[in-house]
Design a protein around this ligand. Structure first.
Ligand SMILES: Cc1cc2nc3c(=O)[nH]c(=O)nc-3n(C[C@H](O)[C@H](O)[C@H](O)COP(=O)(O)OP(=O)(O)OC[C@H]3O[C@@H](n4cnc5c(N)ncnc54)[C@H](O)[C@@H]3O)c2cc1C
Length: 493
């Protein structure tokens, strides 16, 4: 079909970190013309994420890298909070079984491995243009489109392009967030930590497989068991110690000496970070959107910053896709902000509480009975669908279908009606996939558990709405048609 494009790209993404790369892959698979800029020539190589969860892995599967990436992860056993004498204060065991998302609850990984896997996946998608060493400098939302100016950092040349939407996945110091002129609102935690990645020269099983949080007023610190021989230690820094003193190799070894020495290990890399807890007030302004660290920052005690960015990408991608083709943009994009913000805020609040625990607990000499902690349920804030329905917004389970395929692999990025009763084809809207649950025992079970005759599932596998009886299915489909049918005022290949 011949098409007339009003802009050079549908979506321009500023920042090729994990959030930008995931969003680009999803949009690419939805047929969008995507530009991604990153000001660095290569991936960021200082110590960052080491943990991801089942929901994140589910999204990585949508972009085609999860099966291979399993070779780069280990299944996480859990986290223990101990006082300075080793007494257990709080236990956060992680189930070892596959969850309803179809993946394990919690994995350990090395962020550069994930970023490399995401980037090599992007190279296979022809509708994605990646410009490394190109820095976004200025964006102007004209109302009809966005003009984006950027600079080639190698030869200094200046360029301009246009897109229907620009998404700032440009990290903690986001240029796009500055353009939106939205403040970061603090949730209270702000502390300087030294982070050290160590490669053991040989296995040291005595270090253990659990993450250990040392809750010690004097020296709050963290130990993480990572993939292979890599281990991570993190230390809160006292105010009277400068960054130079803290990162001095001799001083780093002194801090590590309780566990490892130069005889049995190598320091791979180290960095000092300010662990912050902040959420941007506005995530969408006209045709400008922010996601990932550009929109929220969490102290890493739950290992959820990158996971949150990938959740943003999952929520946002299909809404941008429909926004590029219909007049629904403002409603859909507003729902991205209202659905995601409470979700990420809840994770940050818990991370702040854990940070306070790590800082507050001195050794009392008498341990109280240890508490058990459970992982948060990832729930959406108000947005699309009826927020009074407790099932709306929950993740629809990842069934393995009778043909042996995972549900997600079968349905791709379309909306899906999972129904226990036949549907009149004239009631379905274009692009809707229909799955007859009667031939799928696990789905029949799930519908029965929800008390549903049919469930309408969004492209991000969250439930848009539930028909409690066969009669209600037609009205559920009408709600879906309003959201998922585009008027195709802008045609793209
Ligand atoms: C010590 C530590 C431990 C962590 N542990 C975990 C963990 O276990 N689990 C977890 O989920 N998260 C963890 N995180 C958080 C995680 O690393 C971040 O949340 C994640 O990297 C954010 O991804 P992002 O793509 O949003 O931003 P970033 O990774 O920061 O990427 C932003 C990109 O934008 C580019 N950019 C910026 N400005 C411009 C511009 N003007 N033009 C072009 N490009 C630009 C940058 O070069 C960069 O590549 C941890 C973080 C730290 C510091």
């Amino acid at each position: 079909m011949s098409t007339t494009h009003l802009t050079d790209f549908d979506v321009a993404i500023v920042g090729l970190g994990p959030t930008g790369a995931t969003l680009a892959a999803l949009l690419g698979d939805m047929g969008q013309r995507v530009l991604v800029l990153d000001r660095e020539a290569d991936i960021y190589d200082l110590p960052r994420a080491v943990h991801l969860d089942d929901e994140t892995m589910r999204v990585l599967n949508w972009v085609g890298i999860a099966d291979d990436f399993q070779n780069n992860v280990i299944i996480n056993k859990g986290m223990r909070f101990v006082d300075s004498e080793g007494n257990l204060l709080l236990d956060w065991p992680r189930p070892q079984e596959v969850t309803s998302n179809g993946w394990n609850a919690s994995y350990r990984f090395h962020q550069p491995d994930l970023e490399r896997a995401l980037r090599s996946g992007l190279k296979k998608r022809e509708n994605i243009t990646i410009l490394l060493a190109h820095e976004a400098e200025h964006v102007e939302d004209t109302g009809e489109m966005v003009r984006l100016s950027y600079r080639n950092k190698v030869d200094g040349s200046a360029h301009e392009t246009t897109a229907l939407y620009v998404v700032g996945c440009d990290g903690a110091n986001s240029t796009i967030r500055r353009t939106i002129e939205t403040p970061m609102e603090s949730l209270g935690f702000n502390q300087r930590w030294l982070v050290v990645d160590v490669m053991l020269k040989h296995e040291m099983p005595e270090l253990g497989d659990h993450t250990l949080q040392y809750c010690d007023r004097e020296t709050p610190s963290t130990y993480c068991r990572n993939v292979g021989l890599r281990r991570r230690w993190e230390f809160a820094l006292p105010d009277n110690e400068t960054d130079e003193e803290a990162s001095d190799l001799g001083n780093v070894w002194k801090r590590l000496s309780k566990w490892v020495t130069p005889e049995n290990s190598l320091i791979e890399r180290r960095a000092i970070y300010m662990f912050k807890s902040e959420v941007a007030r506005d995530w969408v302004k006209g045709r400008l959107v922010i996601a990932g660290d550009a929109a929220h920052l969490t102290p890493p005690f739950m290992g959820q910053g990158l996971c949150a960015g990938i959740r943003d990408a999952a929520n946002l991608a299909w809404k941008l896709w429909f926004s590029c083709q219909s007049d629904n943009g403002p409603t859909l994009l507003k729902s991205y902000e209202t659905e995601r913000k409470p979700n990420v805020t809840e994770y940050i609040r818990v991370a702040v509480q854990l940070g306070e625990l790590i800082n507050r607990m001195g050794s009392s000499g008498k341990a109280e009975a240890p508490q058990q902690m459970k992982s948060l349920q990832s729930e959406l804030g108000e947005g699309l669908g009826d927020s009074d329905d407790p099932v709306r917004g929950t993740l629809f389970s990842q069934s393995v279908l009778s043909n042996g395929r995972r549900l997600d692999d079968e349905v791709g990025h379309q909306a899906v009606l999972v129904t226990s009763h036949p549907i009149d084809p004239s009631e379905a809207f274009p692009g809707l996939q229909i799955i007859d649950a009667s031939g799928e025992p696990s789905m029949t079970e799930e519908l029965a558990a929800i008390g549903a005759a049919a469930v309408l599932v969004r492209p991000d596998k969250r439930v848009l709405g539930v028909a409690r009886s066969t009669e209600q299915t037609a009205s559920l489909l009408q709600i879906g048609a309003q959201i998922f049918s585009s008027d195709r005022t802008l045609q793209h290949e």
